[in-house]
Design a binder for this molecule. Structure first.
Ligand code: CDT
Length: 310
């Protein structure tokens, strides 16, 4: 049996601060049209796809900071994406900065949505693992201020039925945490979609620079294999406002193999026919959770005194 979903991972090249929101949307719409022309069921855009990745510089003025956020999606600037997707009968995934009016007040989230081919929102996710720091580090070549600009996502790691299977989302740094994949897979995820903005230099740990590409792939390949999931990872690429980002947009099979990857540092579509039934051999055999996981023993082990961290 096969359940094929043709996925177009739409890598973004640099988005300069001088580019207007509608110019950036034009780039996304062009890629959406190209994806539809190539028969894609789903086009997936990156983390904070509507703007440059503003966590890379210090912003003092709240109004200026809020200008990078969307009050509602669909909303005035993004309705055009929904209309075009509906016209083309293609689903999409979009990462964006979300300004949310919650019961606890206004919150800033690093969010993504999943939209089906009729233009209806299937799912919403808010990034849980926020990297970086909250204070200004003027001696660094660039900032990583997600801990200052965003609140921790409050929706957990839900999964949804869509595109003939079960789909989950996470965002960028979430991909480095094994819990992300396991919680999504416990929710039945067969396909995990994530966008990212990953610099090729870590100011605080330059000794890790040589490993950035390797560790980007390592965590996703392991997450895909150990959970029998497809992982579709869509990057920002190239030098954006002085920050060089890795690209390496990738589609990873449940075997853990990278089956398609970007080759440029620009806007680029990476397309692959993902067979959701290719998850079965892993989910039903090697990583059959029901037959093989023993959570009651994991708890017993971590509760043993000797096993505790100092
Ligand atoms: N956007 C985002 O989460 N970026 C982080 C940078 C971490 S620097 C080690 C990432 O995990 O790619």
């Amino acid at each position: 049996m096969s359940r094929i979903v043709r996925i177009a991972a739409a890598q973004s090249g640099p988005v300069p601060r001088s580019e207007s929101r509608s110019e950036t949307l034009d780039r996304l719409i062009l890629m959406m049209r190209q994806a539809a022309q190539q028969g894609a069921d789903l086009v997936a855009f990156t983390e904070c796809a509507l703007t440059p990745f503003f966590s890379h510089w210090w912003i003092d003025d709240q109004q200026e900071l809020d200008s990078y956020f969307e009050n509602a999606v669909p909303g005035p600037s993004t309705q055009i994406l929904f209309d075009e997707a509906k016209r083309l009968e293609i689903g999409f995934h979009l990462g964006y900065a979300e300004l949310a009016d919650t019961e606890e007040g206004v919150r800033h989230f690093n969010s993504s949505i999943l939209v089906d081919a009729t233009g209806s929102v299937i799912g919403r996710f808010r990034k849980v693992h926020l990297p970086g720091h909250s204070e200004h580090r003027p001696d660094n070549p660039f900032q990583n201020l997600e801990k200052r600009y965003f609140d921790v996502g409050d929706l957990g790691f839900p999964t949804w039925r869509g595109f003939g299977g079960i789909v989950g989302m996470c965002i960028c740094n979430d991909r480095r945490w094994s819990e992300t994949y396991r919680v999504l897979a416990l929710g039945g995820a067969e396909l995990i979609i994530l966008g990212y903005n990953t610099p090729d230099h870590i100011p605080e740990h330059p000794e890790l620079d040589r490993l950035v590409d390797f560790q980007h792939q390592l965590c996703m390949q392991a997450g895909a294999y150990q959970n029998g999931c497809w992982v579709v990872a869509i990057g920002k690429a190239g030098v954006e406002e002085g920050v060089s980002q890795i690209g390496l947009t990738s589609i990873i099979a449940p075997s853990g193999e990278i089956v398609a990857q970007s080759t440029t540092l620009e806007d680029e579509l990476v397309i692959f026919d993902c067979d959701l039934d290719a998850t079965r051999v892993y989910k039903d055999a090697m990583f059959n959770f029901k037959a093989n996981r023993t959570p009651e023993y994991y708890t017993a082990i971590t509760e043993q005194k000797d096993a505790r961290l100092p």
